[in-house]
Design a protein around this ligand. Structure first.
Ligand code: GLU
Length: 280
């Protein structure tokens, strides 16, 4: 049987809160229970919002909670080449195109079309730059205009056919990556995206069980598509519950009183905070 490898992959955009503690303890517990390995990855590709001092605080908070991780901590911002290689491969397969659109231009195009397909989060990209005349595209590239790289989702799906993945609670799930449309895989300001980096890293780090909150359930459909396109192994998934505040709202950065920093400063012991995060 293969060894179970789980991971916790926070973004250092602030202090961890109880919801993060729940996720970290979940992943840690799943690995330890299976006699496997638990790894830690810092998802700091968004260099505008991530801060090294938050990375330090994350490591400190997790150690304070009593967590131990195996091997070196991977910091995504030190691995641009890995994401570049994945992009090159998708580009070589003809599955990417440069998108020069600004947010405003996309909104205007959608408004002009009357409506656009929706993914629940917002309207999908209307495909403006996918339809761009090749000569015009070459001209824009030659001017050095900034561009994002988008996945040609119809071409990608035609290549892979229907895909499934497995969730430990939901069982077999039929992937619907089309709900993301022509998703951005490299941003204008960052040479990758969350979706690409997380999929590449889970494979590179040998993660066999991805545990994370249910808010990322739909994202797994897209990650499954990227795995198929990049010939990556498919881990098992467990999307766990999200902690909520007394009004039933999911915990977020706004809940400052529930950061591990604030809870530690209030004099609580690690065992008490673990219990608040739903673990003994
Ligand atoms: N970095 C993501 C976050 O902090 C988590 C990614 C994942 O678990 O797949 O929300």
């Amino acid at each position: 049987m293969t060894e179970t490898i789980t991971r916790f992959a926070p973004s250092p955009t602030g202090r961890l809160h109880l919801g993060h503690a729940h996720a970290a303890l979940f992943a840690h517990g799943a690995a330890r229970q299976a006699g496997g390995r638990f790894i830690l990855r810092i998802e700091d590709i968004d260099t505008g919002r991530c801060r090294p001092e938050f990375t330090d605080a994350i490591l400190d908070d997790l150690a304070w909670l009593g967590l131990t991780w195996d091997g070196a901590v991977r910091r995504q911002s030190r691995h641009w080449d890995d994401y570049r290689a994945a992009l090159d491969r998708l580009a070589a397969a003809g599955l990417l195109y440069p998108c020069f659109c600004s947010r405003k231009e996309i909104e205007a195009e959608i408004a002009a079309a009357g409506r656009a397909p929706h993914d629940g989060d917002g309207p999908l990209y209307p495909g403006t730059c996918r339809r761009m005349d090749p000569g015009r595209r070459a001209e824009r590239l030659a001017t050095g205009a900034a561009y994002a790289l988008r996945l040609d989702s119809a071409a990608a799906l035609a290549r892979t056919g229907p895909l499934v993945w497995h969730d430990r609670e939901q069982g077999k799930v039929a992937a619907r990556p089309e709900r993301f449309g022509d998703v951005v895989l490299a941003r204008k300001d960052t040479p990758t995206s969350y979706h690409l980096a997380v999929t590449v890293d889970d494979a590179l780090q040998g993660v066999t069980l991805v545990t994370r909150g249910r808010d990322l359930f739909a994202a797994t459909d897209l990650h499954r598509l990227l795995q198929a396109l990049l010939d990556l192994p498919v881990p098992d998934y467990h999307h766990h519950r999200l902690l909520t505040d007394s009004d039933g709202r999911r915990l977020a950065k706004r809940d400052r009183a529930l950061t591990l920093g604030a809870l530690r400063a209030s004099g609580l012991a690690p065992a008490e905070v673990r219990a608040m995060a739903g673990w003994r």
